[in-house]
Design a protein around this ligand. Sequence first.
Ligand code: NAP
Length: 512
Amino acid sequence: MKYIIRLSSYARKSSLLKMEAPKMSKVCYSSFMHNKAYINGQFVTAASGKTFEVRNPANRDLLGCTPDMDVSDAQVAIDAAYDAFQTWQNTTAKERALVLRKWFELCEKYKEDLAMIITKESGKPLAESIGEMTYGSSFIELYAEEGKRVNGEVVQSPSPSKEMIFIRKPIGVAAMITPWNFPNAMITRKAAAAMAAGCTCVVKPAEDTPYSAIALADLSQQAGIPSGVFNVVTSSKANAADIGTLLCTSPKVAGLSFTGSTAVGKLLYKQCSEGIKRIGLELGGNAPFIVFDSADLSKAVNGLMAAKFRNTGQTCISANRILVQSKIYDKFVELVKETMQKQIVVGDGAEKGVTFGPLINESQLHKVENLVKSSLDSGAKLLLGGKRHEKGGLYYEPTIIEDCAEHTPCFAEEIFGPVVCLRKFESEEEALAIANSTNSGLAGYFFSENLSQVWRVAHKLETGMVGINDGMISAAEGCFGGIKESGIGREGSHHGMDEYTYFKYLCFGGLN
Ligand code: NAP
C-alpha cells in the first residue's frame, strides 16, 4: 500500500500534469511577439539593422527575427536607464507598487498568451509554461508589496550629541542577463525586486528566448511603467560577450544580476570586480537527491518526477545525482521506471497531453548525448532510454542509468537533460559524503521519515536550498540561491531586494 504512487495528488502539483489546452484571451499570443527590442519606452530595431532568427525547438519552425543588438545599442539602453533612474528613485514605494501591481495584473490577464510564447520559444509543455507564468508573475506581485517594507534603522548613539540613522537607497541601474530555461520568471524575479527598490533595469535575455522578455516589455508599457525604467536588449550569441562586458564595466551601471552557467558567471564576476559592482549570481547546480530506507517511496518517486523531468531536466535545481539506500534500491528503481513509462508523453509542448518537450538546441542535445555515452563508457549501466528519441529533432529519450560513481560524467557534471543517474549507498555518512563532494551547492533533496535524520541531513547538506520530502521548492516567497560555485546572493523572498539597495548611514551631530 505504501508503494502505491498517488498520481492524483502528484498530478495536482506536478508540472508533468496532462491538461486541457487553455483558453487564449481574445488577443492572440503572437501580438506580443514584436520583432523589436525595447529601449526607453520604444520598440526599436538594432542600429545596425541586423536581426537573428528565433526558432521553435519542437519543430525548428521560424518564429521570427529579433534585433541583433551590439554594444552601441546596449549603451543607449544604459543611458536611458540611467536617466530614468534620476526620477524613478524619487518616486514613493507606494507609487512604484501601483504600477508594478498593474504589470502583475496584465501578466495574469494574458497569462495563457505569454505561456504560449514560452512554449513556442523554449519547447516547454504548455502546462509548465502556465506554471512558469504563475511563478513569474508572483514575483511582481510580491515585490509590489515588499517595496513598501524596505525600511531603515534608528540605532543607539554612543554620544548624547549625536543621532544615528541608516536609510536604504536603490543602487541605481541594474543590469540583468538571463537564461532560456525560464524566459519569463528569471526576468521578473530580478526586475520586479529591482524596480520596487527604485532601481531601473537593462535586461539581456538569452538568444533562444527573446520573445518572452519582449512580451513583458509590452505589458510594462501598458502598465504605465515609465520610459527607461525597464529596457530589453536582444542579441545573438555572437554579441552576448561584448554586451556582457559593457554591462559589467559601464560606470553608469551599479550592479549586475546574472542567471546562467557557472563558467559565464565566473567571467562576469571578474569583469565586475574592476568597477566594484554589486553582483548577484544564480549559477549551475549538481543537486543530490537522496532516498533513505525510511522514506515514503510514493513521495520520493513523485518528488523525483518533479525535480528531474520538469522542463525536460533543464532546470538549475534539477535532481542530478540520485542516491538510494540499499534496502529500498530495487523497489525504488522499479517504481521510477514504471512511473516514467506511464506519465511521460513526449512531443511538441503546444499539443494537448504532452508532458515532455525537446531540448532547447543542438548544443544542449549533443551535451546530453555525450554525457550519457561517456558515462556508459566509464562503467555505468543503461536501464532505460539512452539515445535520441525516434521523433528526431531535438528530442532525447527519458533515460535511466545506474552504477554511477563520483567520476561518472553524468554525476560529476550538471546534465541539464532528462537522465536519472542512480547510485546505491549503505549509510547516511556515505550519502552525505557523496552529496557534498562537489563544487556546486545550489539545491539538494532528500526523503526520510526519520525526524532526527531529517534535521541531521538538512544541516549537513552543503547546498543553499534543501527540499525535504519535496521535489518542488520554487516559490516567490522562498529564498533562492546557492553556495560554493553555485552563486552569490539570494532571489525571491524579502531578501531578494537586498541586492538592489545599499545602506546609507546618516550621522546627525552637534545636537543639544
Ligand atoms: P549561459 O550560456 O551562461 O547563458 C546565460 C545567459 O548569459 C544568456 O543570456 C547568454 O546569452 C548569456 N551569455 C553567454 N555568454 C556570455 C558572456 N560571455 N557574457 C555575457 N553574457 C553571456 O547559460 P545557459 O546554458 O543558457 O543556461 C544554463 C545554465 O544556467 C545552467 O548551468 C543552469 O544551471 C544555469 N541556471 C541557473 C539558474 C539559477 O537560478 N541558479 C537558473 C537557470 C539556469 P546567449 O543566450 O545569447 O548566449
